[in-house]
Design a protein around this ligand. Structure first.
Ligand code: NAD
Length: 477
């Protein structure tokens, strides 16, 4: 560890420093600042599961940062490095994130110290069910109070086990399915949740590039087309973001960094192929001659857009001054430490902050929760009615064309596209796009209109803290 690394604050301290920076520019009633900043509670659980002939003890956490709105919401992470500081930092970010994208939740987060790759599926199910039991017993999984979701190391499978565990313990709760989000569609999930966070990263960048003045602040020009992208972590979030940006927006993914090294190819990497390779080989090593062992060095490569999508603290005091990307979008939570943030700001790098950039997950989780509580799929009532109204218009246009003798014909593919009523996936994507555009506008207004705000992160914090403060004030606190 070098001298600089020693001065690095912890993840939670980093989040607090960024929070403090924003509140120093706000006028909050005395004491409210502290009330918002502190984490309300953290529950630590140690439980044993009999596995491989012996009792294995696991440690897990569930932190509730703010209950200004309930239920509280936030993912559950499975990783060996999980600790209380990290879970509390992530819970705080959830509070601000939910406020920024206007999902009606307080912030929470959970974690289990485990390397999921060390256990087979049956073992993981037993461990997950036991963890869920411990949390549900204390209302830390509950549709009205605390609703977990996937995070690093967990996905649809774990959420389905947790939901089932809760349902077994609450057999008459008609809303049991709303106790966690990120479930598979056949177990009460919603279309588009798996892709949601990566999709949100794409929508965030699309919105950013709709504003030439903002693009210019990052010393870039034009649209997303042809932009050179490096992504760290090709898991759920990184894979979807890289896939959509390359397949739909014309970006070129020139670098992919994983645990075991990195791939760099100026001609552009095939995200789908690399992802399949990782799934079958456990890393990027051996994929092609473009492989190199030093993933850290690739973070410092020249590119237009850097997408850290793995874990926190990867851009820190030790490497911030060597980062060359002019635009960083924080797909992961907390990838840039408070110290690095300052260095990058001073260099003129534009950072699209985590609380906005990766809010697609919680936004679609909100839609899933609403779907579970309303017990009906989005679009089920309107879809065919919408189609028949569109059919009326098309029939009328065709009649007019024929009767007038003009002989107009509709463009190829128009009829098919126009006639199709929106299904659940289209509605989810539309709601997510709208949310990402709206939240960007709110941040941007503060960024552009206030002389004392020079970065998007501070702007995001100001918008979020203002909303949380308003909610506390309305409660009379
Ligand atoms: P994931 O487990 O699906 O993927 C993480 C990826 O990062 C994996 O491919 C892993 O191999 C890679 N990785 C791990 N350590 C690495 C390292 N040192 N260097 C390079 N790559 C490394 O996790 P995820 O769900 O995609 O989450 C990633 C980040 O996004 C986390 O910070 C998480 O909190 C955040 N996030 C996730 C969601 C979600 O919906 N899943 C929502 C919001 C934020």
């Amino acid at each position: 560890m070098d001298g600089n690394a020693l001065k690095e604050p912890s993840f939670r301290e980093s989040v607090d420093l960024m929070f403090n920076r924003a509140v120093s520019l706000m006028e909050l009633p005395p004491g409210l600042e502290d009330k918002i900043r502190v984490c309300n509670s953290t529950y630590t659980v140690r439980f044993g599961v009999k596995l491989r002939g012996e009792i294995k003890t696991f440690t897990g956490y569930r932190s509730v940062h703010s209950e200004h709105m309930e239920p509280v919401k936030g993912g559950i992470r499975y990783a060996l490095a999980v600790n209380q500081d990290e879970v509390e930092a992530l819970a705080a970010l959830m509070t601000y994130k939910c406020a920024l994208v206007e999902t009606p939740f307080g912030g929470s987060k959970g974690g289990l110290c485990i390397d999921p790759r060390e256990w087979d599926e049956d073992e993981l199910e037993r461990i997950t069910r036991r963890f869920a039991y411990e949390l549900a017993k204390r209302d830390l999984i509950d549709p009205a109070q605390n609703v977990p979701a996937p995070d690093m190391g967990t996905g649809e499978r774990e959420m389905a086990w947790m939901a089932d565990q809760y349902a077994r313990m609450n057999t008459t709760d008609i809303n049991a399915r709303a106790c966690v989000t990120g479930k598979p569609p056949h177990a009460g999930g919603i279309q588009g949740r798996v892709e949601a966070t990566g999709r949100g990263v794409q929508y965030a960048l699309q919105e950013f590039f709709r504003h030439p003045e903002d693009v210019a602040k990052a010393a870039l020009t034009g649209s997303l087309e042809g932009k050179r992208v490096i992504v760290q972590g090709l898991g759920n979030v990184g894979y979807h973001a890289a896939k959509f940006l390359s397949e739909e927006d014309g970006c070129k993914v020139i670098g992919i960094i994983e645990r075991d090294g990195a791939l760099v190819d100026e001609a552009g990497l095939d995200v789908e192929k690399v992802s399949q390779w990782i799934r079958s080989h456990g890393g990027v090593k051996g994929y092609s001659t473009h492989y190199g062992e030093d993933g850290g060095a690739v973070l410092e490569h020249e590119c237009d857009i850097l997408i850290p999508a793995a874990l926190e603290g990867v851009i820190n005091l030790g490497n911030a001054d060597r980062i060359k990307a002019p635009l960083i979008i924080e797909a992961a939570n907390g990838p840039v430490t408070a110290g690095a943030d300052e260095i990058l700001r001073n260099k003129g790098v534009v950072i699209i902050p985590d609380m906005y950039a990766n809010a697609g997950g919680v936004t679609v989780s909100y839609f899933e929760w609403v779907k579970n509580l309303s017990h009906i799929r989005f679009g089920r009532m309107q879809r065919r009615q919408e189609e028949s109204r569109h059919q009326l218009v098309v029939d009328e246009l065709e009649r007019l064309s024929k009767d007038s003798g003009i002989g107009w014909t509709l463009s190829p593919g128009f009829k098919e596209k126009y006639l199709r009523g929106a299904g659940e996936l289209e509605l989810v994507r539309s709601g997510l796009d709208d949310t990402m555009r709206g939240a960007y506008q709110a941040m941007r207004e503060v960024w552009h209109e206030r002389d004392d705000v020079s970065d998007l992160r501070t702007a995001a914090y100001i918008v979020a803290i203002d909303r949380v403060a308003a909610s506390y004030k309305a409660k009379g606190l």
